[in-house]
Design a binder for this molecule. Structure first.
Ligand code: HEM
Length: 207
């Protein structure tokens, strides 16, 4: 296992994913009430931790936030061991590196209805269905955690850690962006990074 990779990418990815989810909660306040209701219905007062099976709306919200705000524009990278022809005619030779364009795929109308619109409960179970598409679920159409045998082994831990923080924030604080129109990110190479200048106003909730 690449312990170096886990060491440096885990906290960075965790931090960015959480930051983007908080931005989305500020930009789409209509989700606050149903998310808080779900937390109220599924978590006890002392319960810091979240069972991954509960909180399906929060799970969907996080997945949708990550669909539109993936902190990396590309997902898995692979090096070709031999020459290969793709079905669309593209050709790579042994030694070439290939990347999957995660951000573009997440916004592709061929794969997502109304792809550029934030729909926080897009992945939640639909009425009559037993389950939705979970945040940690890997799919070739949404390779957020990579794909195949090298897909991220830390995703279950990451999902619970991010949800636990969001539950704490939603329960205890009201928050809003000081300026919704100010730029919130910048890009560096293939990465989209939150700006340190973005101000989030946070106030303890009166409950
Ligand atoms: C939001 C948080 C995270 C995201 C978005 C993320 C995403 C990814 C992606 C896209 C890959 C490449 C997979 C591939 O090439 O198919 C990967 C690999 C990996 N991740 Fe994460 N990750 C996250 C958090 C974590 C955490 C918390 C840990 C460990 C505690 C972790 C450990 C690893 C390791 C060890 C690999 C390399 C796996 C291998 O090469 O076999 N990740 N991750």
């Amino acid at each position: 296992m690449s312990s170096n990779l886990a060491g440096f990418h885990a906290p960075i990815r965790y931090g960015r994913t959480l930051t983007y989810a908080l931005f989305d909660l500020c930009l789409h306040p209509e989700y606050l009430e149903p998310l808080r209701q779900e937390i109220h219905d599924n978590c006890t007062e002392e319960d810091g931790l979240v069972s991954d099976a509960d909180l399906l709306l929060l799970d969907s919200f996080l997945k949708e936030s990550s669909r539109l705000n993936g902190s990396e524009t590309i997902s898995l990278r692979r090096k070709a061991l031999k020459n290969f022809n793709f079905s669309d005619g593209a050709h790579i030779t042994a030694g070439d590196s290939v990347c999957v364009p995660l951000r573009a795929m997440g916004r592709d109308p061929a794969h997502f209805n109304d792809a550029h619109t934030f729909d926080g409960f897009r992945f939640a179970p639909k009425p009559g269905a037993r389950r939705g598409i979970k945040y940690t679920e890997n799919s070739p159409l949404y390779p957020y955690w990579g794909y195949g045998k090298e897909s991220c082994p830390g995703r279950f831990y990451a999902a619970v850690a991010i949800k636990t923080t969001l539950v704490y924030m939603l329960r205890n604080y009201d928050f809003k962006l000081a300026d919704e129109t100010a730029p919130r990110t910048f890009s560096w190479r293939t990465t989209i990074i939150p700006r340190s200048s973005t101000k989030l106003l946070i106030r303890r909730r009166e409950v």
